[in-house]
Design a protein around this ligand. Structure first.
Ligand code: SAM
Length: 280
């Protein structure tokens, strides 16, 4: 028996259902249920929340979320081989787990969720980054989620929480920190996964702020930040030339020296610049 529920240990589940990990699906499984419960705890109090889990695989994190008291979990998995194992978990927790087969990049899960909603996932890193950017850039704010608790390659996690002046600082940091609090809450060595990946991983927890930290039009801010970091070594007066013909004046009006580089500008500065660029 496992430590946290009455279902069989994950190694048995994997053997019984023939769930050998597939590289093409980015499958590195977490089999230690104490660890998955610990990750689930980082997501906060789940007892009054629906949890959207992407990529449950054999269900280690799913079992953690349920044992930590999630009101309801909606789990979306692309690999049909995992469905029988996930359905066994659903049977053990009547009415608390809904499993959907499909690609999380294509499914809109909102019809199946009741707010408040938290998101938790251990996903392949490329899918995770793409979903994170989508979740951070909805048409309206606040977004559908209260928090995101996501596993990333350590290097990606560091880009999400990076501060100005560091190499990791860029578009992802600004996008994440403009409208949410982002923290690294756990570090995991490769050996925590089966099979072990090449690099260490980190769990990042993001909490949605009710309002942006500084006012700015999202599309303009995105344009300015993308242009500034596309040529991050250049001075802003050069990298932002295409953004507005009088960009040097607008930079000065925002309190930024045109000779500075993107890496040195804090979030507040980019928001001020976005407001100046939006001014007619
Ligand atoms: N959450 C499980 C765990 O922690 O052991 C599995 C983690 S494994 C890194 C990633 C999981 O995401 C795999 O089960 C894989 O099949 C699934 N996956 C990959 N791409 C996906 C996609 N586009 N949509 C939904 N699931 C996906």
């Amino acid at each position: 028996m496992s430590a946290i529920d009455n279902l069989p240990p994950l190694r048995e589940v994997i053997a019984e259902h023939g769930l050998s990990a597939r590289k093409s699906l980015g499958q590195n499984f977490l089999l230690d249920l104490n660890l998955t419960a610990k990750i689930a705890r980082q997501a906060g109090d789940l007892s009054a929340c629906d949890v959207l889990e992407i990529g449950p695989g054999p269900g280690g994190l799913t079992r953690g979320l349920l044992s930590e008291g999630a009101r309801h979990v909606l789990a979306i998995e692309k690999d049909s081989r995992c469905l029988p194992a996930l359905n066994e978990i659903a049977e053990a927790h009547p009415g608390r787990l809904t499993v959907m087969e499909g690609d999380a990049l294509e499914i809109d899960p909102l019809a199946h969720l009741t707010p408040p909603i938290r998101v938790a996932a251990n996903l392949p890193y490329n899918v995770g980054t793409e979903l994170l950017v989508r979740w951070l850039t909805p048409p309206d704010w606040p977004p559908f989620w209260q928090s995101l608790t996501l596993m990333f390659q350590r290097e990606v996690a560091e880009r999400i929480v990076a501060k100005p002046g560091s190499k990791a600082y860029g578009r992802l940091a600004l996008l994440a920190q403009w409208r949410s609090d982002a923290r690294i809450v756990l570090q995991l060595p490769p050996g925590a996964f089966t099979p072990p990946p090449k690099v260490s991983s980190s769990v990042v927890h993001l909490t949605a702020l009710p309002e942006p930290r500084y006012p700015a039009d999202p599309a303009v801010l995105n344009r300015v930040v993308a242009a500034a970091f596309n040529q991050r070594r250049k001075m802003l007066r050069a990298s932002l030339k295409g953004v507005a013909p009088d960009i040097e004046d607008r930079l000065r009006a925002a309190g930024i020296a045109p000779t500075e580089r993107a890496e040195q500008i804090p979030l507040e500065g980019f928001c001020a610049l976005a407001r100046e660029v939006a001014r007619r």
